[in-house]
Ligand binder design. Structure first.
Ligand code: HEC
Length: 114
C-alpha cells in the first residue's frame, strides 16, 4: 500500500492521541478517590466530612493510622468493603473497580500521610 504524506501524518497523529488517551485511562487515583471516597474520608483524608464523622472515619494524615493499615488490607477494603469491630459494614465494596484503579486510589490515600 502506498501512503501519501497526509495519510502518514494522520496515522502518526492518531497514534499520539491514542497514547494520550491511554494515559488518561491509566487510573487517575485522585479523580477516583474524589468520586468514590471523598464523601466519607474527606478531600484531605482526615475523614471530617458529615458522612465521615457519622461512620467513624480515621484521620489518614496520621502516620500511625497509615501504618496500621497494610497495603493488602487497604486494597481489600477498597474492593470488598470494610466492616468495623462491631461487624457493621461501614464501607461498601467499590463497584466495578479494577486492581489497577484500586492501587492508584491507594497511592493517593497514602499521599495524605504527614
Ligand atoms: C460510606 C463511607 C465510606 C466510603 C465511601 C469509603 N470509606 Fe473507607 N472506610 C470507611 C470507614 C468508616 C472505615 C473504618 C475507619 C477508618 O479506617 O477510617 C473505612 C476504612 C477504610 C480503610 C482501612 C481498611 C482497614 O483494613 O483498616 C481504607 C484503606 C479505606 N477505608 C479506603 C477507602 C477508599 C480508598 C475509598 C474509596 C474507594 C473508601 N475508603 C470509601 C468509610 C468509607
Amino acid at each position: 500500500m502506498k501512503m501519501t504524506t497526509q495519510t502518514k501524518i494522520l496515522l502518526i497523529a492518531a497514534l499520539f492521541v491514542g497514547i494520550a488517551a491511554g494515559n488518561v485511562a491509566a487510573a487517575d487515583g485522585k479523580a477516583l478517590y474524589d468520586s468514590k471516597c471523598k464523601k466519607c474520608h474527606g478531600e484531605d483524608g482526615k475523614g471530617q466530612t458529615v458522612m465521615g464523622k457519622k461512620v467513624g472515619c480515621k484521620d489518614y494524615t496520621d502516620a500511625k493510622v497509615q501504618e496500621a493499615v497494610k497495603d493488602e488490607d487497604a486494597l481489600k477494603a477498597i474492593k470488598e468493603g470494610f466492616k468495623n469491630k462491631e461487624g457493621k459494614e461501614v464501607m461498601k465494596p467499590t463497584e466495578g473497580i479494577t486492581e489497577e484503579e484500586a492501587k492508584a486510589i491507594l497511592a493517593h490515600l497514602r499521599s495524605f500521610k504527614k
